[in-house]
Write a protein that binds this ligand. Structure first.
Ligand SMILES: Nc1ncnc2c1ncn2[C@@H]1O[C@H](COP(=O)(O)OP(=O)(O)OP(=O)(O)O)[C@@H](O)[C@H]1O
Ligand SMILES: [Mg+2]
Length: 315
């Protein structure tokens, strides 16, 4: 993979050097506000002077372009997946917002679940070569392995949930699925398979937390246990509660943080809430990015807080 050539991408407003951070936005359920969050976090970062590329990985249901106020670009990930181009940089298109470029998602039925391992690895390595300060991934709903893998590959994985039981349940399901995926990867990386099998078969009950697993492995093999602990502790998903109408809604994020720690041993950072605001659908209807169309919306300060918190976690 050659990566992005500066000359090819001058038009796309891409930076020409420097390391970048990947932030992925996911959620167990459809329609919870993933694209809204991706687009407007991108706008906040761009307004701070960062060069941002947003990638619509909701393959099959891509609509991030609408949140950014543009129509579907001439080339999308469909062209890459169908081998009409081999270079991800061909898919980078400028938006009307300075410093934000978009790689639009596949428009056909080619779902992320169908993405082959080799394709995924190729996309990931190409993403890492994009010359931008931040690359934001808008993941599709659900827990397909590929969605989980993109979530885990990012420097920050951000979940969006609504303050309602079905969404919260799906979010826990997503966290558990992505955690198990991470565990599987660490197992393979450290060649821990037999050791973990031994622990799971002999000692762990069904209600054991990831922390129990780590403790048991530490007991049997302190060196490998230490490595396992270090890798697992890197897993710190973030959560945003969207469409909050009451203080009780806002507090759900804090409860989820506590529950994740207590019952799963997983550190879930609550990075903030977004109020329910009618300007959202008005901006969607007008096909204009929310923060650009309604700069006085209450959501501006919500997004400021969220981005501030996310940057605080970014090393
Ligand atoms: N804070 C909010 N206030 C009011 N309405 C909202 C808010 N957030 C989202 N919405 C509404 O929910 C809709 C879905 O949001 P969005 O498209 O960002 O969700 P999504 O998770 O990306 O959905 P999908 O899974 O279909 O990709 C928006 O079009 C908007 O009408
Ligand atoms: Mg979406």
């Amino acid at each position: 993979m050659t990566g992005i050539r500066a000359s090819d991408n001058f038009h796309a407003g891409l930076a020409t050097g420097g390391p970048q951070k990947i932030w992925a936005v996911g959620g167990g359920k459809g329609g919870v506000g993933k694209s809204l969050v991706t687009a407007n976090v991108a706008i906040c970062l761009a307004l701070m002077g960062n060069k941002v590329v947003v990638i619509d990985l909701d393959l099959g249901g891509a609509n991030l372009h609408t949140c950014l106020g543009i129509s579907i670009p001439d080339m999308t990930l469909s062209d890459y997946l169908n081998k009409r181009t081999r270079d991800l940089s061909d898919l980078v298109f400028p938006t009307k917002i300075p410093n934000i470029s978009l790689i639009s998602g596949a428009q056909d039925e080619m779902g992320i679940a169908n993405l082959k391992q080799t394709h995924k690895a190729k996309i990931l390595s190409s993403i890492k070569q994009l010359d931008a300060n931040y690359v934001l991934l808008d993941l599709g709903a659900g827990t397909a392995f590929n969605t989980l893998d993109f979530f885990l590959a990012a420097d920050q994985g951000v979940l969006v949930a609504l303050p309602e039981p079905t969404s919260i349940e799906n979010t826990y399901r997503f966290i558990k699925s992505v955690y198990h995926r991470k565990l599987k990867m660490v197992e393979e990386l450290l060649d821990l398979g037999p050791l973990i099998d031994q622990v799971v078969n002999a000692k762990l009950s069904q209600n054991s937390t990831p922390q129990d697993l780590i403790n048991q492995v530490l007991e049997i093999n302190p060196t490998l246990g230490g490595k396992l602990k270090m890798e697992i502790n890197k897993f710190r998903p973030k959560i945003i509660i969207n469409q909050a109408r009451t203080q009780a809604d806002i507090d759900i994020g804090h409860s989820m943080h506590i529950i994740c720690k207590k019952y799963f041993g997983i550190h879930l950072d609550y990075v903030g809430h977004l109020e329910y605001d009618a300007t959202v659908w008005q901006s969607v209807k007008r096909r204009k990015p929310l923060l650009m169309e309604f700069p006085n919306s209450n959501l501006v300060s919500n997004f400021d807080q969220i981005v501030h918190n996310l940057l605080g976690f970014s090393t």
